[in-house]
Design a binder for this molecule. Structure first.
Ligand SMILES: *Cc1c(COP(=O)(O)O)cnc(C)c1O
Length: 356
């Protein structure tokens, strides 16, 4: 038998999360962001649960082609556009929408001979300072692209650098509105937190990522659970060993946890090589036999040690939830000094995935 670690993907949660997003932005079109292999949930495992979306936004051409070959006829957005001018023929053939963020891409489009015209999202650098054309040149870029025969539709796109900060959003929206005033077009700006908390940013299309998967954009689960979002992934494994340890013993590497009295402990088949955060401290919760237990000592490469003090029924083979419905990935992320984005997207791709 193979190692018992599994990620379970709950399709009904994807569907209901998407419905909740739609209710927050009625009449808007939705790009479901499935980059980083659907935030670690894997594109093949999630896309059917998101069929009611208007489009999928991702990074790799082969993933876009995967969707087309599996029958997806709706929109597809390549968030970083193309990486090589040779890709333009394929992009046009599959009717993909592409982000344009750099001058070299415009030159490449001008030189291209294409059978079908392109749908373009022009990236406006309104303050994130990562991709795009700044406020001095954006209008010229839009006018120039608008005149090209290789292009059929144009949209303005930007990304918020701190969408939990209303002042920063207002600053960026002001720059955006200055552009739209002179060049009215399709607009696409809002990520998860802007969708939930800043309705003025919604534009024409919204771009939810993390909330589709039932985790919070600000790391605080309560902020999204009150809207009814449900975690999509349950990461579970099993106890593969149990030890009885005397008092005053040290557990695991560096002996960071010392037993104050006799303890029964369990070893779970899951470690940082699987994507569980190595920084998770003693006390980080896990769920076993309908109770919360906690990690003792350091997370190892392939194992985690937990306290079985209050789990009399725990035995070898018992299921343990590392995160999911009972233990929120947001909580594990916070305790480990990171965000659910990182934990989910870094989950090892070796782990078995079950679609439910
Ligand atoms: C990742 C990403 C999103 C989604 O962000 P969330 O915070 O996960 O909603 C939206 N737009 C762009 C450009 C992105 O890279």
């Amino acid at each position: 038998m193979s190692r018992p670690i599994t990620a379970i993907i709950k399709t009904s949660s994807l569907e209901s999360n998407l419905d909740i997003i739609r209710s927050h932005a009625p009449n808007k079109k939705i790009w479901s962001v499935v980059k980083a292999n659907a935030y670690g949930h894997r594109l093949h495992a999630v896309w059917k649960g998101l069929k009611k979306t208007d489009g999928f936004a991702l990074l790799n051409l082969h993933e876009a082609i995967f969707l087309r070959k599996n029958g997806w006829k709706g929109a597809i957005l390549l968030l970083e556009g193309f990486f090589n001018p040779k890709e333009l023929t394929i992009i046009a053939y599959y009717n993909l929408t592409i982000t344009i963020h750099s001058k070299w891409q415009i030159q490449a489009i001008k030189r291209a001979t294409l059978k079908f015209p392109l749908n373009i999202y022009v990236k406006f650098n309104s303050g994130m300072n990562r991709f795009g054309f700044n406020e001095k040149i954006i209008l010229n870029v839009l006018e120039e692209l608008n005149s090209l025969k290789q292009i059929s539709t144009l949209a303005l796109m930007t990304h918020f650098s701190d969408s939990n900060n209303i002042e920063k959003i207002k600053e960026q929206m002001k720059k955006i509105n200055n552009v739209i005033q002179y060049f009215p077009c399709t607009q696409c700006y809002a990520n998860s937190s802007a969708i939930l908390w800043h309705p003025k940013t919604h534009g024409t299309w919204i771009r939810p990522g993390i909330i589709l998967y039932g985790a919070s954009p600000n790391g605080n689960w309560k902020d999204i659970s009150r809207n009814g979002f449900q975690p999509v992934m349950t990461l579970q494994s099993k106890l593969i060993a149990i030890q009885k340890i005397s008092a005053q013993e040290y557990i695991g590497y560096k002996g960071t946890y010392k037993t104050e009295k006799k303890r029964r402990i369990g070893i779970i088949a899951c470690g940082y090589a699987d994507g569980y955060p190595r920084n998770a401290p003693t006390g980080t919760p896990v769920w076993i036999h309908n109770t919360k237990s906690r990690i003792l000592g350091k997370v190892c490469m392939d194992t985690i040690t937990i306290d079985l003090q209050h789990c009399p029924y725990a035995k070898i083979g018992s299921n343990v939830e590392l995160w999911g419905k009972n233990i929120k990935v947001d909580e594990i992320a916070t305790l480990s000094g990171t965000l659910s984005y990182e934990l989910l997207s870094k989950l090892s791709q070796k782990i078995k995935m079950k679609i439910q």
